[in-house]
Design a protein around this ligand. Sequence first.
Ligand code: UDP
Length: 324
Amino acid sequence: MKVLVTGGAGYIGSHVVRQLLLRGDDVLVLDNLVNGHREAVGVARLEVMDLSDNAGLKRLMKAFQPEAVIHFAAFIEVGESVRNPLKYYQNNTANGFSLLAACQEAGIRKFIFSSTAAVYGTPKAVPIPETASLAPINPYGFSKLFVEQALRDLAAASDFRYVALRYFNAAGADPSGEIGESHKPESHLIPLVLQAASGERKDISIFGTDYPTPDGTCVRDYVHVNDLADAHLKALDYLKDGGESRVFNCGYGHGYSVREVLDAVKRMTGKDFSVVEAPPRTGDPAELVADSRLLTEILKWKPQFDNLNAIIETVWNWELNRRY
Ligand code: UDP
């Protein structure tokens, strides 16, 4: 299938691009390379372009004529979205709308959207089903929720169909060691802990030790990026087979605390490092765990890396040999 992947040079996008290429799909990556990495795209074609470039988008749709679009391009830092909300509404929401308009004009009717568990805000209960109330607690979550809403409305108004995947905590790296997570600055727990283990960082902070969880630290559903990537391929096949528009949670349905992650990294790497107990980070819910039964039942998703050690091992492999 001819697939346009926006943000395909980013962390999750690049893992999806790799899997699409491996199964023989025809992929064009659109990325402005603000946070993406040229090296992450592999042999896929790359168009360096910003989604705000309406004329460019139009030209590209005409030239490539994709059958489907997978849309990753977005900013992802919750804290930054609180400090600079318009940056998020402009890039994630307004540019998302521009992309949808370009799709509509080009007659593209299959769309996969990279959404987030942040649309749930602070959940009333875990695991969180897709039907839980949508109540983001930061502009990042709203910037994604607005696009979800536009997708719902578009699908109701036309024969356009979409799948929105609400990611829990993406983690891990492709076992080849060729691609992985590389944010500058890095803010995500697992890469930071492994950088502490490798000596690249002097310590790791635990943000909050007094949460109402078994060990007082936040619990997250860490899902391996290749399992996440596989969910996109399955979503694409689902739309191709005529599946109706749907939203799916992407997570394993169980979580690990920050302390459990630190212990697992120490065990796996055999390295010790300093741990600092710090105050909680604003806007961090105590526990985020997916109810992902729909993904398993409807998309027949079969995760291959549902194991914290396996996730950590692939990140360690990446951190020791990273190329970007
Ligand atoms: N976290 C932490 N120390 C860090 C970075 C993150 O204790 O240096 C915690 C954070 O408070 C959250 C969990 O680790 O509970 C996962 O955070 P991350 O930023 O990786 O993902 P998020 O949950 O924000 O999407």
